[in-house]
Design a protein around this ligand. Structure first.
Ligand SMILES: Nc1nc2c(ncn2[C@@H]2O[C@H](COP(=O)(O)OP(=O)(O)OP(=O)(O)O)[C@@H](O)[C@H]2O)c(=O)[nH]1
Ligand SMILES: [Mg+2]
Length: 426
């Protein structure tokens, strides 16, 4: 419960306990929870009052830790609502924390990042973002930008006096800031992969050994394997973690001319899986003539070629597949090399562990960092040959983009979008 009336609304549920108002802030007390109408005891709980401004939201907060029965919790919530509270909207606690200055917007987004983290590496990234290190760096950049802007304005107003910033040193300073913003952008792109993971589709002709390879990679019998071509109809998923990044593997139906409507639908789903994947594992049976159709269809996409069934006698034409990795799902030959190859592909997109820094890797942050870098690059160019006024417009633009990272001057609609992605209440 958060808000000025939180203590007053909870009080009738605590029966004869000493008044909450007398409870010291941030202390835990064992309380009886009673039906406020009948006075009948329904639970024994722990209660904490955290008084404004030293609480998550910055408002008075009361927390009850009850036994977790959904029926009991529903009753208690109904009594609180009857007493004047209302249910929180998704992310409303964090939104209030932001509006009350307890967190900046980058940190508020880091809360969602932490809740959604699926690997140790993603947790570490969220923890760094939550600690506010990135926000401090952005504030540092703002301070240096303001310095440059102020210096240039003085130069503009008093050109004869030799005070203020000379244009050459301002340009060098802006170049340094631009390089820094570009490093953040790179880290944010890495962070996005660390948090969101990567989708990899296994594609190829029927019977090539795609499902066998999926099972070998996840170490489980996820997909049905048989020697009948067209065994896999629907897309089958498995998830593995490589380089600290969740990798969603999609096993698909073999691509060929469909023999019936079910196969046609399966192939349509395969193509959709190809579309939504960042990387393809193109699986070809090395013991038969390689299928040119799948090779052609996937040529323009990032892909790893696999010569499957490497334990069998290789077909002479298969030797002509440049760069195809020999792998056997039966003997395990080439599996370690394939994992290493996939790990390298992930590190290309996510960097090595830690490269992602502590930047909240939301699309919003990435777009803001793109705008910030572009505006700084424009200012740098303007300082080389345009009138000072033009450079100042770009520098002030860059300052505004940096502010938006932290949540200054951000429209309500943007806040709605950010916080609606949170779970209820958080
Ligand atoms: N010798 C050998 N046989 C394999 C290997 N991988 C798969 N097979 C066999 O090849 C046949 C097809 O395997 P699947 O994994 O079902 O192939 P798929 O590409 O998923 O086939 P569809 O789902 O029909 O498109 C099965 O009989 C497997 O036992 C391998 O590495 N070595
Ligand atoms: Mg299959």
């Amino acid at each position: 419960m958060s808000g000025a009336d939180a203590v007053a609304i909870v009080a009738p549920l605590l029966g004869a306990a000493p008044p909450l108002a007398a409870l010291p802030s941030h202390a835990l007390r064992r309380v009886a929870i009673v039906d406020p109408k009948s006075g009948e005891r329904v639970d024994t709980a722990l209660c904490t009052v955290m008084r404004s401004p030293r609480s998550y939201t910055g408002e008075d907060v009361v927390e009850l830790s009850c036994h977790g029965s959904p029926a009991l919790l529903r009753m208690i919530v109904q009594w609180l609502v009857a007493g004047g509270a209302r249910l929180a909207a998704p992310g409303e606690f964090t939104r209030r924390a932001f509006l009350n200055g307890r967190l900046d917007l980058a940190q508020a987004e880091a809360v969602a990042l932490m809740i959604g983290a699926r690997t140790d590496r993603a947790v570490a990234l969220a923890a760094r973002a939550l600690a506010g290190g990135f926000s401090d760096q952005v504030r540092g950049l703002q301070a240096r930008l303001i310095d440059v802007i102020a210096g240039l304005e003085v130069t503009l107003d008093f050109p004869e006096e030799g005070v203020g910033h000379d244009v050459e040193s301002a340009r060098a300073a802006v170049g340094g800031l631009r390089a820094e913003a570009e490093r953040w952008l790179e880290a944010a792109r890495h962070g996005r992969v660390v948090h969101g993971g990567l989708t990899v589709a296994l594609v190829g002709p029927p019977n090539a050994g795609k499902s066998s390879l999926l099972n070998a990679l996840v170490g489980q019998d996820r997909a049905i394997v048989s020697d009948i071509p067209g065994t896999t109809r629907d897309v089958v998923e498995g998830t593995i973690v490589l380089a600290g990044v969740p990798v969603r593997l999609l096993d698909t139906a073999g691509i060929e001319t469909p023999r019936d409507v079910i196969e046609a639908e399966g192939i349509r789903r395969s193509r959709r899986a190809i579309e939504e994947s960042e990387l393809l594992l193109v699986v070809l049976d090395g013991s038969v003539e390689p299928d040119r159709r799948v090779l052609g269809e996937t040529a323009a996409r990032p892909r790893v070629l696999i010569r499957a069934k490497s334990d069998l006698q290789a077909h002479r034409a298969a030797a002509g597949l440049p760069g195809a990795q020999p792998v056997s799902a039966v003997t395990g030959e080439g599996m370690a090399a394939l994992r290493e190859c996939l790990t390298r592909e992930i590190e290309l997109r996510a960097g090595a562990s830690g490269d992602e820094g502590g930047i909240v890797a939301s699309i919003r942050q990435i777009e803001l960092l793109e705008s910030l870098s572009a505006e700084l690059a424009a200012a740098e160019a303007a300082l080389a040959d345009a009138p000072l006024e033009a450079a100042l417009v770009d520098l002030n633009g860059a300052l505004a983009w940096a502010g938006r990272i932290l949540g200054v001057d951000v429209a309500d609609a943007v806040l709605d979008r950010i916080f609606s992605a949170f779970c209820l209440g958080k």
